[in-house]
Design a protein around this ligand. Structure first.
Ligand SMILES: Nc1ncnc2c1ncn2[C@@H]1O[C@H](COP(=O)(O)OP(=O)(O)OP(=O)(O)O)[C@@H](O)[C@H]1O
Ligand SMILES: [Mg+2]
Length: 228
């Protein structure tokens, strides 16, 4: 496992060299169902409409896909297929690759990377799924070279509301206990995030996200993209 991280770390070093400096990052984080994807897509589109080149960066962890694979193979879920820690490791590697890919693409095209999830999300996932201190330390080290976001937005939604949204979405299912633990873990892990109330309708939340991002844009985030 350690060898895998060392390899990824080396790959990342080479990729950063190829890309020059790192991309400017705006990250949206929050519990499952808080509206990250909805708002990150809208924010990237709104930035582009305002003449600021931005790129939406998805950050899938593979849980839904592995869950489907597991059921095809007659297992109840992904944990039954690869184990709890195995799943956390796969998720951490996939998210690492997705973040690296998005940052390099944003850097090469001179765009701001609007990230749907970012490094704190993996730490929260490890805590909420009981991955243990050793895995958390390993992931912290592997994710440490990623650039600090210019703005990190925590979409704050009560776990009960997030649960209802996920049920209504109908793609997957999350336990309310997991959402509760995850919500508490975000508050613990995040130190410098802007908290945005995610409970309103999508337009209201989008306006609040924009209000949180715009001061950074005005102070040169767009001009300095790639120098954060
Ligand atoms: N402000 C909102 N009000 C009502 N429904 C919303 C709002 N924002 C998003 N939704 C809906 O709630 C569901 C969850 O939103 P979304 O997929 O954006 O959340 P997410 O944080 O990306 O979730 P996940 O972590 O599972 O990827 C979607 O069906 C979406 O259409
Ligand atoms: Mg999403």
């Amino acid at each position: 496992m350690t060898a895998l991280w060392i390899t990824l770390w080396r790959v990342q070093g080479s990729v950063w060299c190829m890309a020059g400096t790192s991309a400017a990052v705006i990250a949206l984080v929050g519990i499952d169902g808080s509206g990250k994807t909805t708002q990150a897509v809208r924010l990237a589109a709104a930035l582009c409409a305002a003449g600021i080149t931005a790129r939406y960066g998805p950050n899938p962890g593979g849980r839904r896909f592995l869950g489907r694979v597991a059921r095809r193979l007659g297992r109840p879920d992904a944990i039954a297929l690869v184990g709890r820690r195995g799943l956390l490791l796969i998720e951490a590697v996939l998210r690492w690759l997705a973040i690296a890919r998005s940052l390099v693409a944003a850097r090469l095209t001179g765009r701001i990377a609007v990230m749907d999830r970012y490094t704190p999300c993996q730490l929260v996932s490890i805590r909420a799924h009981g991955g243990g201190d050793r895995l958390e330390r390993l992931v912290r080290a592997a994710y440490a070279p990623f650039p600090r976001p210019a703005v990190i937005i925590f979409l704050d939604v009560p776990p009960g509301l997030a649960y209802d949204r996920i049920e209504q979405r109908g793609d997957d299912h999350e336990d309310i206990e997991y959402l509760n633990v995850s919500h508490a873990a975000y508050k613990d892990v995040l130190s410098d995030a802007v908290h945005v109330d995610g409970t309103g309708d999508p337009d209201t939340v989008a306006q609040a996200v924009w209000a949180a991002v715009w001061p950074g844009i005005e102070h040169g985030l767009a001009v300095d993209a790639g120098q954060s």
